[in-house]
Write a protein that binds this ligand. Structure first.
Ligand SMILES: Nc1ncnc2c1ncn2[C@@H]1O[C@H](COP(=O)(O)OP(=O)(O)O)[C@@H](O)[C@H]1O
Ligand SMILES: [Mg+2]
Length: 322
């Protein structure tokens, strides 16, 4: 498997300033030494509670945010070192699909102009080429050409998300980050959009980072799954392995919230308490304050990422010797 992205020791610490003078009074430790590879042509699912750093990671990988330190290697080159101009090519190849299709489409623009915008930004002027690509993409996402002369407010949430997806992929990117792309939609149409993303991934040879707090969607769409907690990846494995043989107590707790998957499991773990503040994260293992298996050393030492089988790694002392 070739890695399209190699993320190495990525840190994102947002400064927190006091309102009046703007002095830095602390940091939100949103990403802490995150290292992860994204393989060509896979859908990597990224799951975790709200506030765990999923969007920050997606945005840093796209260099929409400038991380505090670390490397994001795309096709062998560290994009974090690149100038704005050098990034033009990368911007075409790596796109973001937002959560909220109500906010991501400019209400004053017709759908045709919304879809034409990426061409303008990239100085592509050939009208025949643009029109052909727009027509092709509209078909691919399952809408009719007559939508082109209409405005976003004339469409349902699901249709708007189709249009937002069309805009993200119209220049044939290699990679997309889909950040909770169905969370704002009615449950009844979530499956349609998820199936559309799978179809597009296959037809266009896309690689995708699919972010969601919903494990049932992650289970449906992903090839591999990474679980995030307080700015760290705590477990990563191929999907089947993660759902049948997960090892991190936090992954277990997330899975216990899924009734269908766990109907046969006798020992349920319910995690107590809220996720600690990322401004003041716990010492040692970041999950120790909520972990039912907490040991003394978990409170002091920070566990490494132990590879317990091929492609399955876990950040937990319970896996240290295996
Ligand atoms: N611009 C910002 N400034 C300060 N803190 C931020 C900013 N954006 C996000 N955060 C904080 O960083 C943490 C991770 O946020 P985020 O990446 O949005 O998590 P998720 O997508 O998993 O919900 C949260 O505590 C959030 O409040
Ligand atoms: Mg988010």
């Amino acid at each position: 498997m070739r890695s399209l992205f190699e993320v190495k020791n990525l840190n994102m610490h947002y400064p927190v300033t006091d309102g009046l003078l703007g002095n830095i009074k602390g940091y939100v430790y949103a990403l802490n030494n995150v290292s992860i590879n994204i393989y060509e042509n896979e859908i990597l699912g990224l799951v975790g509670e709200s506030g765990s750093g999923k969007s920050t990671l997606g945005n840093c990988i796209l260099k929409l945010l400038n991380p505090t330190s670390g490397e994001v290697i795309f096709n062998g080159e560290n994009i974090l070192n690149k100038s704005k101009k050098e990034l033009n090519d990368f911007r075409k190849k790596a796109q973001l699909i937002f959560q909220n299709p109500y906010m991501s489409l400019d209400p004053r623009m017709k759908i045709y102009d919304i879809l034409k915008e990426p061409f303008i930004i990239n100085k592509i002027k050939d009208k025949t080429e643009i029109d052909n690509k727009i027509k092709r993409i509209i078909q691919l996402i399952g809408l009719n050409e007559e939508v082109l002369s209409r405005y976003p407010h004339e469409f349902s949430g699901g249709q708007r998300q189709r249009i937002a997806i069309a805009r993200a992929i119209i220049l044939n990117p290699e990679f997309v980050v889909a950040d909770e792309p169905v969370s704002a939609l009615d449950v009844s149409i979530q499956a349609q959009i998820v199936n559309l993303l799978i179809k597009l991934k296959n037809e266009l040879n896309l690689t995708m980072l699919f972010i969601s707090h919903d494990l049932s969607i992650i289970k449906y769409i992903s090839d591999r799954v990474a679980v995030m907690y307080l700015g760290e990846i705590v477990e990563i494995a191929p999907k089947e392995e993660l759902f049948s043989n997960h090892k991190h107590p936090y992954t277990q707790a997330l899975l216990n919230a899924l009734p269908l998957i766990n109907k046969d499991k006798p020992q349920k773990i319910i995690i107590s308490g809220d996720i600690p503040s990322p401004q003041n994260p716990p010492n040692g293992c970041k999950f120790h304050t909520r972990c039912p298996y907490v040991m003394d050393k978990c409170k002091i030492k920070h566990p490494e990422f132990y590879e317990i089988s091929n492609g399955h790694s876990v950040r937990c002392f319970l896996c240290e010797s295996s």
